[in-house]
Design a protein around this ligand. Structure first.
Ligand code: FEO
Length: 400
């Protein structure tokens, strides 16, 4: 049964939620699900903004038919070709064969690569082009590498509505209201929004900054993303502020986060002593065992805070695999600009510290605090003194 929701005058939400998918993009756990958003504008012409993932396709087509109310579909605007939004594309053009597809050249090329699509009934648009649909014009804004090369957005100037593709989206299914200002967003969505941003878009900070500059020139009163709630009114400024911080790679919060990899618990013990000593000095600290917390969450938390500690054991004459995986993922996402400290463990030839330092010191703007603490199997008196000295150095840096 249809579940069409009015977004604003003449604009309708046709999307749906998947609360059963274990891994989004086969990579990211989504315990709170995800929404796939699509919108329909009913002006003198009817305009569909993107389609949805196959998981919610059946509901989407019921919604589309219901919302059209017997009218034909005139335009389908494709902002982004990733299959979570384009998987229902072919079925739309089969069901509405007269529809004109409005998109850019890169999307058109990808449509042909992904689907047995002839390329018929396609109108290509470029940055700044507009489409008149009756009482409204729709303007097109290119947003390459946010987070694929073909991505574009569209904007309806009179209504101030920005269709932002993946940007400003979040993990987390919608239930009840679809509007961020009617949800406890900070409580229920912000962690997912941050994790979504850094894991999916985070590598492309410069490109997000470029989009934010374009957005600053537009009188935006509503943002309709492809995942998560719709933004409107004053809440838009708050969320744009988050995106500005995130895309500049700045810490969102001052605080210490300690990532440890421990095999038998001795590195964990050293990490917990270090954390206690830091907390004793009045500095907030958070711990993660990198072997049990999903790397997408670790990545998000690393970007969130100002001070990082990496503590890992040596393994197979190298770095323990879960820490190696975390550092590799941080590097892949262009991680930069934080204070960091290191602690290593090893029973006969500790090497984790030098291996971590070699990797982390190559990232832009990283600044090391104190000396690497070496634990030989387990913490003893002299090692404890070194841990306390490192805690003091971290606390002093944090407070300054
Ligand atoms: Fe939600 Fe890049 O697809």
């Amino acid at each position: 049964m249809q579940n069409v929701i009015e977004v604003t005058k003449d604009l309708y939400y046709l999307g749906g939620n998947d609360r059963r998918l274990a891994l989004f993009e086969s990579a990211f756990p989504i315990p709170r699900g995800v929404s796939y958003n699509s919108y329909l504008l009913l002006d003198e012409k009817t305009v569909l903004f993107d389609t949805v993932d196959l998981a919610v396709s059946e509901l989407f087509f019921e919604n589309l038919e219901y919302a059209l109310g017997g009218r034909k579909l005139d335009y389908l605007i494709v902002h982004h070709m990733e299959p979570d939004h384009s998987a229902s594309f072919l079925k739309v053009i089969e069901k509405y064969p007269e529809v004109m597809v409005i998109t850019n050249q890169k999307v058109a090329m990808m449509l042909k690569n992904y689907f047995p699509f002839s390329g018929k009934n396609v109108r290509l648009v470029k940055e700044g082009d507009t489409l008149n649909v009756g009482s409204r014009n729709i303007a097109f804004v290119l947003a390459p590498m946010v987070h694929w090369p073909e991505v574009m957005m569209s904007f309806i100037p009179g209504d101030g509505i920005l269709f932002s593709a993946d940007a400003f989206g979040t993990f987390g299914a919608l239930g009840g209201s679809i509007f961020a200002d009617e949800l406890p967003f900070e409580r229920d969505f912000l962690d997912d929004a941050r994790r979504y941003y850094f894991n999916i878009v985070g590598k492309y900070g410069a490109q997000v900054q470029s989009v934010l500059k374009k957005a600053a020139g537009l009188p935006i009163s509503m943002i309709c993303p492809l995942h998560g709630p719709v933004w409107r009114g004053e809440s838009i400024g708050w969320y744009l502020g988050k995106y500005d911080i995130w895309s500049k790679y700045l810490p969102e919060e001052r605080g210490v986060v300690l990532f440890y990899a421990s095999v038998y618990g001795h590195t964990q013990n050293a990490a917990e002593i270090l954390a206690s000593e830091i907390a004793k000095r009045g500095v907030p600290v958070k711990l993660y065992d990198v072997s049990v917390t999903h790397v997408s969450e670790l990545l998000s938390e690393a970007f969130r805070y100002s001070h990082l500690i990496f503590a890992a054991t040596t393994y197979n004459n190298g770095l323990f695999i879960s820490m190696e995986n975390l550092l590799s993922d941080l590097k892949a996402h262009n991680f930069q600009g934080r204070k960091y400290a290191l602690m290593e463990n090893g029973s006969w030839s500790p090497q984790a510290g030098s291996l971590m330092e070699k990797t982390v010191s190559e990232w832009k703007g990283m600044e090391k605090i104190g000396e690497t603490v070496t634990v030989l199997s387990s913490v003893k008196g002299e090692t404890r003194e070194k841990i306390e000295a490192l805690a003091a150095a971290i606390a002093e840096d944090y407070k300054n």
